[in-house]
Design a protein around this ligand. Structure first.
Ligand code: ADP
Length: 480
């Protein structure tokens, strides 16, 4: 993974994680028990041990959190941008200071390799808070003549693949723009959002400015149906995204949706092949393929197909699958039994569709949720494995002869989130970045993220942009 945000030395011991036996709901600046008294378990997907008991927010708790956020908005939206920026900056600093603990907890709860949590998720989360802290007092400069104003309360629902990072993507710009927040992490990965709640409490944010509540889809649905939020922000699956869109229409709320993807990575015969192979590996196997912009389709120009395939097979044979806490691990645990089942079902579908499977031999732990890196050749454009999002370490490979052919094939999907192009020719890059219907097109790199860059999709991948200045617009209204 390409990133410039490395911060801390290697965490390797779980003793760095201070995980409580039970977590409550963070509402109005305090940790509160759920009114129903209900809790659910969060499990380590690598060894199936219980990590903690998590409060389940019912409708009454959602209502409390929304009211707290609404009350807090009155003063939060009126304090100066400079003051808001200081609070946001403080959160960024505290994430940095606790980066080791955040990284360990993220890997324990989600199954991702510790090297990724440490080098990517946590530093990039801090970077988002730093970046948006800087915007808080510059909104009038960012949008001259348009008189930007906060929207009010933002209800934010995030998925389980990048829990802390997604919380940062959502919370930081919302606060910078003067909104208050009710955020819900996914039910399989609530722990880093709850640690973030502790940080927010310690940072002394005014009560109710950020509320973090936990629960499953029912809690999420109660949040989106609630009359208070003025804005719904969602990252997750396309079917749930569609239901949130309906809720936004019914409630007349502003909405941004960052949904699924089926990204094409395209290798031309003039590409730097070694770098391209690394990019393909990173594109699909990073974070077990639990990435909405995963490069899950590979198109290779026919003349270099055999060479690329041989190199890919060799490379995936060297990937280390196993203990997320081992800093040499490349592929950690699949996040949940349900997700493992979905991935395995797609692997069966690929075989049934007549595609040819390749998986390297590797010893997998006896407990936990594991999937070997998988690639399919002999894939037809109409195959389900070439059309549907799998959200796992499964690559579908096709070939092409001409640039027009690959543009057609790459765009022949219901999604439009991201794509990658590998070529030595700048002219091809320009042609493809225009022709590919994708929100982000990487050239000779992949999975490169930065708080300054907008991110978001077209078609079934959703709409609205997060990151950069575009990420501010999503949390503002303009009076002119
Ligand atoms: P996945 O299918 O990969 O688990 P989801 O889209 O179901 O992804 O989950 C993403 C987030 O959306 C999670 O926080 C989840 O609890 C939440 N969620 C699930 N169903 C709903 C719903 N109907 N309304 C609002 N939020 C939901």
């Amino acid at each position: 993974m390409a990133t410039d945000w490395n911060l801390s030395p290697a965490p390797e011991s779980t003793s760095h994680a201070n995980i409580a036996k039970q977590y409550e709901l963070f509402i109005n600046g305090e940790f509160q028990k759920p009114i129903s008294g209900k809790y659910f378990d969060t499990i380590n997907p690598a060894d199936e041990t219980l990590l903690s008991s998590i409060a389940e927010a019912g409708d009454d708790d959602v209502d409390k959190a929304m009211k707290a956020a609404k009350a807090a908005h009155k003063s939060w939206s009126k304090i100066s941008g400079k003051e808001r920026g200081k609070y946001i900056y403080r959160i960024a600093r505290m994430i940095q200071e606790k980066s080791r603990e955040f990284a360990v907890i993220e890997s324990l709860d989600g199954g991702k390799p510790i090297g990724e949590s440490r080098d990517i998720d946590v530093p990039l989360a801090a970077a988002h808070f730093f970046y948006y802290a800087g915007w808080a007092d510059k909104l009038d400069y960012a949008f001259p003549m348009r008189k930007p104003k906060s929207l009010g309360v933002a209800a934010q629902i995030i998925p389980w693949n990048f829990p802390l990072l997604m919380a940062a993507w959502k919370i930081a710009p919302a606060l910078a723009c003067g909104n208050t927040v009710v955020l819900k992490p996914a039910e399989t990965t609530p722990l880093t959002a709850l640690k973030l709640a502790e940080v927010i409490q310690e940072a002394g944010l005014p009560k109710g400015v950020v509320n973090i509540i936990t629960g499953d889809g029912r809690t999420g649905a109660a949040m989106t149906a609630h009359p208070i939020p003025n804005k719904l922000a969602f990252t997750g699956s396309t079917p749930v995204g569609k239901s949130i869109y309906k809720a936004a229409l019914e409630g007349n709320k502003k909405v941004t949706l960052e949904l699924g993807g089926k990204a094409a990575n395209i290798i031309f015969d003039d590409a730097p092949i070694e770098a391209a192979v690394e990019g393909i590996i990173n594109g699909i196997y990073f974070n077990q393929g639990h990435v909405c912009c995963a490069g899950s389709r590979l198109f290779v120009q026919e003349s270099v197909y055999e060479e690329v395939l041989a190199k890919l097979k060799k490379r995936i044979g060297n990937l280390i699958v196993g203990d997320p806490m081992d800093k040499n691990t490349d592929i950690g645990a699949i996040n949940s039994k349900e997700q493992l089942h979905t991935i395995n079902r797609y692997i069966e579908i690929g075989r049934e569709e007549g595609a040819e499977i390749y998986q390297p031999e590797c010893d997998l732990p006896t407990k936990g949720n594991w999937c070997r890196p998988t690639l399919f050749t002999n894939v037809a454009q109409s195959n389900r494995i070439a059309q549907e999002e799998i959200f796992g370490p499964v690559l579908a490979i096709q070939t092409f002869r001409t640039i027009d052919e690959v543009i057609d094939k790459a765009n022949n999907t219901s999604y439009g989130l991201s794509a990658g192009v590998w070529t030595d020719k700048g002219s091809k890059i320009f042609q493809l970045t225009k022709a590919l219907k994708a929100g982000v097109v990487w050239a000779n790199t992949y999975n490169k993220f930065d708080p300054t860059s907008p991110f978001g999709g077209y078609k079934e991948s959703g709409f609205g942009r997060e990151g950069g200045m575009h990420g501010l617009e999503a949390y503002l209204k303009f009076t002119v």
